[in-house]
Design a protein around this ligand. Structure first.
Ligand SMILES: Nc1ncnc2c1ncn2[C@@H]1O[C@H](COP(=O)(O)OP(=O)(O)OP(=O)(O)O)[C@@H](O)[C@H]1O
Length: 305
């Protein structure tokens, strides 16, 4: 299913993210990501949703260039993220996930990740950063530059991780539920910042989350994943119930997605029960049970002879 069909692509007009029949198998496993299609224009803010295990993290990591897939199947700014390392090294493509050590290292910033250093030392260790942007991020995320990382709470560490990931003005940002540790105000301020970035600079955001607070009015596109596939992928205006949620005339987005998850779960349970029943019928019809030989201890054998 395709979210938006690009019209007359030229180098400058090329979509921010283009997925074409993306498939991926973890080593030694059957294909898990199957035939995913999605087009996200520049400046879009796409919510990636689905049940636990649906494949959101895997898909985001594929788009981030962490897994090898067919070269033409994933395009970010018209380039292939796995093969074109410059995309991430330049900061044009940024990925923020749950593992802060890996993400900061992956961004190639070369700042020390171990030892008892302060937030300021980490943040100011990144070279080639616009000082105004850095100051804005530190202020927006309420970071105490003098506090040592080892003394920080999970949420405070998360703020430093987010700051590091946003220092360079990305063009495409992939977020894998990074707001879980943030307090309500911190999360809303961050969402506002992302919205501003996409409206002012045309930055594109793909955000996997299970938390829907504050997303009405924020989302421009939805991608709903089901067992490794993008089952629904549209501009929000094309999803009637979701669009109503966005303009406040219908159910809240949370309840729209809750309905989808409920239907998916019921369908899966029905399918599993049917497969189980079919399996049982097949096994009773086709299995020829071997005749049992009655147990006969050897000392009694003589009695029967
Ligand atoms: N390294 C791995 N090797 C094999 N299978 C994996 C690996 N990592 C994830 N999986 C499997 O891939 C499937 C999708 O996992 P993924 O983390 O992408 O789901 P998700 O939608 O992000 O889930 P959640 O909402 O719980 O974070 C799961 O069934 C998971 O067990």
């Amino acid at each position: 299913m395709t979210a938006t069909v690009s019209e007359g692509p030229s180098t400058s007009q090329v979509d921010a993210i283009g997925l074409r029949s993306v498939s991926y198998s973890y080593p030694g496993c059957d294909p898990f990501i199957k035939g995913c299609n999605l087009d996200l224009p520049r400046g879009s803010r796409c919510l990636l949703i689905g049940a636990n295990g649906a494949g959101k993290t895997t898909l985001l990591q594929i788009v981030a260039g962490k897994y090898m897939v067919a070269q033409d199947s994933v395009r970010v700014l018209g380039r292939s993220p796995f093969y074109d390392l410059q995309l991430t090294c330049s900061g044009q493509l940024s990925y923020l996930g749950t593992s802060w050590r890996k993400d900061v290292a992956f961004a190639g910033y070369g700042v020390p990740l171990q030892g008892d250093i302060s937030a300021g030392k980490m943040i100011f260790g990144v070279e080639g950063v616009d000082p105004l942007r850095r100051a804005r991020l530190v202020e927006m995320l309420d970071i105490d530059l003098y506090q040592r990382i080892t003394t920080m709470s999970d949420g405070q560490k998360r703020r430093v991780q987010i700051c590091m990931g946003l220092l360079k003005p990305y063009e495409v940002l992939l977020l894998d539920e990074i707001t879980v540790d943030l307090d309500v105000l911190g999360r809303l301020r961050l969402l506002d910042f992302f919205k501003q970035e996409s409206e002012e600079r045309g930055a594109t955001i793909m955000y996997a989350t299970h938390i829907f607070d504050g997303l009405e009015g924020w989302v421009t596109h939805l991608a709903y994943m089901e067992e490794g596939r993008i089952a629904k992928g549209y501009p929000i205006t094309q999803v009637q119930d979701a669009a109503a949620a966005m303009n406040g005339t219908g159910k809240k987005l949370l309840h729209v997605v809750e309905d989808w998850l409920r239907v998916e779960r019921e369908t899966r349970l029905t399918r599993t029960a049917a497969a189980k029943a079919a399996g049982q019928t097949a096994s009773t019809e086709t299995t020829v049970r071997p005749q049992r030989t009655p147990y006969m201890p050897s000392k009694h054998l003589a009695f029967f002879r």
